[in-house]
Ligand binder design. Structure first.
Ligand SMILES: *Cc1c(COP(=O)(O)O)cnc(C)c1O
Length: 370
């Protein structure tokens, strides 16, 4: 058993592989993209990508070449799609790494052609309002892509869009718009092999959105995007456990003020335990006085303000000692609070809780070959 770090994000690679395998079976699409952007949603990009491929992902997704490079350097050969580019990106690195480039504009298309990118996916905005060609530009972009493809330029391997998850009606309108874009692509002489629009939420709830490929981020890491519906309902289990060692305990009298602003005051004589994790480590300050913590199998709550480096837990008369492990979130099946509970405590979503860990948190992998 490897030793535990003072601040530790323990990543269960087997959970990622098993989540991907479960989702592949459940969703049944010909292709499955594991989205490993943002350092694998805080789980480590390379290790997560390996575990996802092990579980059956045949595509990987990141935002750009910078995120893709470490995957290629690690010897990962699966196709990788990128979709968020600055105007100074020449796509030369994308071409060198043999990445599939998602293009939204004529300018991106031309840059990809100049860089001799092998495969592109045309991104169309069907109502999210982010990138992707807007409908008034679809013909122009698709025609140009067709011309380039026929003259030996990038092959249009895919056409894709992204949903706003703004309700049944809005999603249906986006899916209908996506159909129009696919028809226009055909009129432009294009035959993209892969059409894709669904991320975790739509893939799980709208079978008609699954198409040829689903782009799954959150689900791979074992979390549910639905309030009130846990991941276990879909056969998923959280891959990350965030914990730290208790670094100090002290007995204090009733009426003691705790942390900045004394936003917490002890009701009786009690023990305060100090946890060396704060908002610079990604622990949301908004969860002051409310974030859950498990120590020695017992659940407690953050006492007072979460500071930059540390927070306090009031453990009452429980025999908590320096060196005990405080688990902030993990797999609820093990008794740990969930990342979703922290999100609820902080008024945010579980995506943000896992993806925002700071650099002082050390990673430990368990399971898998990584
Ligand atoms: C982040 C992202 C995804 C994955 O979303 P999840 O909700 O985590 O599954 C899919 N597609 C695009 C374009 C994304 O930016």
């Amino acid at each position: 058993m490897n030793s535990r770090a003072l601040r530790e994000a323990r990543i269960d690679q087997n959970a990622i592989s098993a989540n991907v395998a479960a989702l592949r079976t459940l969703l049944g699409t010909p292709h499955f993209m594991a989205v490993v952007k943002a350092n694998g949603y805080g789980h480590g990009a390379v290790a997560s990508a390996r575990a996802a491929v092990e579980g059956g992902a045949d595509w990987l997704g990141v935002i750009d070449s910078k995120e893709a490079a470490p995957l290629r350097e690690a010897g990962i050969t699966a196709p990788i799609l990128t979709w968020l580019h600055g105007r100074s990106d020449t796509f030369l690195e994308a071409a060198a790494l043999d990445l599939d480039v998602g293009v939204s504009t004529i300018d991106e298309l031309d840059r990809a052609a100049r860089a001799r990118v092998r495969h592109i996916h045309i991104k169309v905005d069907t109502g999210l309002g982010r990138n992707g060609a807007e409908e008034s530009h679809w013909s122009e972009v698709l025609d140009r892509a067709g011309t380039l493809e026929r003259s030996g330029g990038p092959i249009v391997r895919g056409i894709f869009s992204h949903l706003a998850n703004a309700g049944d009606e809005a999603d249906a309108a986006q899916l209908a718009a996506f159909d129009r874009a696919r028809q226009l692509a055909a009129s432009a002489g294009l035959t993209p092999e892969i059409a894709h629009i669904a991320a975790t939420q739509a893939a799980l709830t709208r079978p008609e959105s699954r198409l040829d490929l689903v782009r799954i981020g959150l689900g791979c890491y074992g979390l549910s995007p639905f309030p009130g519906i846990g991941p276990e309902v879909f056969g998923l289990r959280p891959a990350m456990e965030l914990s730290a060692e208790v670094v100090s305990v002290k007995r204090v009298p009733a009426g003691s003020g705790v942390s900045y602003g004394h936003r917490y005051r002890t009701k009786r004589e009690t023990t305060l335990a100090l946890i060396p994790l704060g908002y610079s480590d990604g622990i949301p300050r908004h969860a002051s006085n409310s974030g859950p913590v498990l120590i020695n199998g017992e659940r407690f709550t953050v006492a007072g303000a979460i500071a930059m480096d540390q927070f306090v837990v009031d453990v009452g008369d429980s025999p908590v000692a320096v060196g005990d492990r405080a688990i902030l979130f993990g797999d609820p099946a093990s008794g740990a609070p969930s990342a979703t509970e922290w999100a609820d405590a902080a008024g945010t979503i579980n995506y943000e809780i896992i993806a925002r860990l700071g650099s002082r948190v050390e990673y430990r992998s368990v399971g898998g070959g990584a």
